[in-house]
Write a protein that binds this ligand. Structure first.
Ligand SMILES: *Cc1c(COP(=O)(O)O)cnc(C)c1O
Length: 464
């Protein structure tokens, strides 16, 4: 038989000498003990496949130890989860790319409990029969917002989709041209509304939409007026928009629904904590909005969720819609949401225990002290300046409200700033800051004191 020596082909004869998986397993006791028999077997098989496909003629075959080491490297690389912790030193609190909201400790505990065992998710413990999913949480939402009824789904986009599908499909919905928002990642709220089967009728101009604009657009096909929170932009200068009270009067005169996508919506009034006025869910309900939708993981400070509150008859209609099943929330998020809502019953507790609200309300003196401690701990390895900085709520909330913050701005003589930033991103936990003026800026607004000491350790380890 002629020997195949083409350089593009694996060396088939030589490959016959490769040890079998069985043979390799005999020497892989330590790896089996550290992982499992099946994981080790599978990793060894994959390494053998790699060797067979890549082996070139004339090259020595790897030894048994070498093959086991390659399997081990593969297993440990697999065990390093792709999703990992990040220390957010960007100064943007609701950073959507970094997962928006850290959760309150009680919410984390509730998630762990819900995950570990079974729950009364759809079971009435009093009667021992099937119960209504979400009932208690919905009562809590009604208590907090003053709404008649509530419904919780997977996220706010789903809340908008379900609302439009259930209440306006086949009809027209009137919206102001000043509220056609793209919220990030190419995601446009008007597209979701259209997906719900409603025809969007745009009225007014970018900067001015009056009550008369809505009124003249109403036809026999109109089902609802919709108000969309401007989220991540503001129009300044000569502007005019229509108040919720006026819109609600018009809608109800004409037997239409008034729907509001509040986006980041908050239940807690943030003004006492030094932030500008952000409309609360309660204000919308009190103004006569029939359906309000909002995110669970923006200013509310909870898990990813979509919250729908409003009129009982409208919510009952949504509850019967087949789409509800496709957008339902899972038990773990639900547990976290309930715990977060419980904290929101008392403003002082909410500000103390919900991380997003705690960050928003943090006094500058706390940030300054954190910066000074971090600067002192890094003084021996880095050139440091403490500078005033501007943080932001992010997540489409309070876009024009710069939060007075403090940044530790560092450079390390032996390291380029870009390279340093890359090394910190590769660290576990990853540390993400921002580069400006040739220095790495670490914003104190979005880190904790514990994060600051992890940053210190990481930088010392990098320099060593
Ligand atoms: C953020 C936002 C959404 C989407 O909310 P998700 O919870 O991310 O689905 C929809 N509408 C507005 C106005 C928003 O700001």
């Amino acid at each position: 038989m002629p020997q195949d020596t083409s350089p593009m082909q694996p060396d088939k004869n030589a490959l016959r000498a490769l040890p079998s998986v069985q043979r390799l397993l005999e020497d892989a006791e330590a790896l089996i003990a550290a992982t499992s028999h099946s994981a080790t077997t599978s990793a060894l098989r994959q390494v053998l496949v790699d060797i067979r496909t890549a082996h070139a003629p004339g090259v020595m075959l790897p030894t048994v130890e070498n093959i086991i080491a390659r399997a081990a490297a593969r297993l440990y690389a697999d065990n390093q989860s792709i999703l990992r912790r990040v220390i957010n030193a960007t100064g943007i609190i609701l950073h959507t790319n970094l997962g928006r909201t850290p959760l309150a400790e009680t919410a984390i505990a509730a998630m762990a409990e819900a995950a570990r065992g079974y729950t009364n998710l759809e079971f009435d413990l009093a009667t021992g029969k099937r119960g209504v999913r979400l009932q208690n949480i919905e009562a809590l939402l009604c208590e907090l917002t003053g709404a008649e009824a509530a419904l919780v789904v997977n996220n706010n986009a789903a809340a908008v989709l379900l609302t439009l599908s259930g209440l306006a499909a086949g009809g027209e919905v009137i919206v102001s041209r000043g509220e056609l928002v793209e919220i990030g990642g190419g995601f446009r709220v008007p597209d979701v509304i259209v997906q719900g089967g409603a025809r969007l009728v745009e009225v007014g101009t970018t900067n001015k939409t009056r009550l008369a604009d809505y009124r003249t657009a109403i036809t026999e096909h109109t089902r609802a007026l919709i108000k969309i929170h401007q989220s991540n932009f503001r129009v300044i200068g000569f502007t005019e928009s229509t108040s919720l009270q006026e819109l609600s009067r018009l809608a109800h005169d004409k037997n239409l629904l008034l729907i509001e996508d509040l986006g980041s919506g908050t239940i807690l009034n943030l003004e006492p904590f030094g932030r500008p006025h952000e409309p609360t869910v309660q204000e919308s309900i009190a103004a006569g909005v029939d359906i309000v939708t909002l995110s669970g993981d923006k200013l509310l400070g909870g898990p990813q969720a979509g919250i729908i509150v409003g009129r009982a008859d409208a919510i009952a209609q949504l509850r019967r819609h087949p789409l509800l099943r496709a957008v339902r929330i899972d038990k773990i998020s639900l547990a976290a949401l309930e715990a977060t809502l419980r904290l929101l019953r008392d403003p002082a507790t909410a500000i103390r225990d919900i991380p997003v609200l705690r960050m928003l309300a943090q006094p500058r003196t706390v940030l300054q002290a954190r910066a000074e401690t971090l600067a002192r701990a890094l003084a021996d390895i880095a050139d440091i300046r403490i500078e005033p900085s501007r943080g932001y709520a992010g997540g489409g909330a309070l876009p024009t409200d710069a939060i007075a913050s403090v940044a530790v701005c560092l450079s390390i003589p032996s390291q380029g700033t870009e390279a340093l930033a890359a090394k910190l991103r590769a660290h576990r936990p990853a540390i993400v800051g921002r580069i400006a003026g040739g220095r790495l800026h670490l914003d104190m607004l979005t880190i904790t004191d514990a994060d600051a000491s992890e940053i210190t350790q990481a930088l010392h380890a990098l320099i060593a």
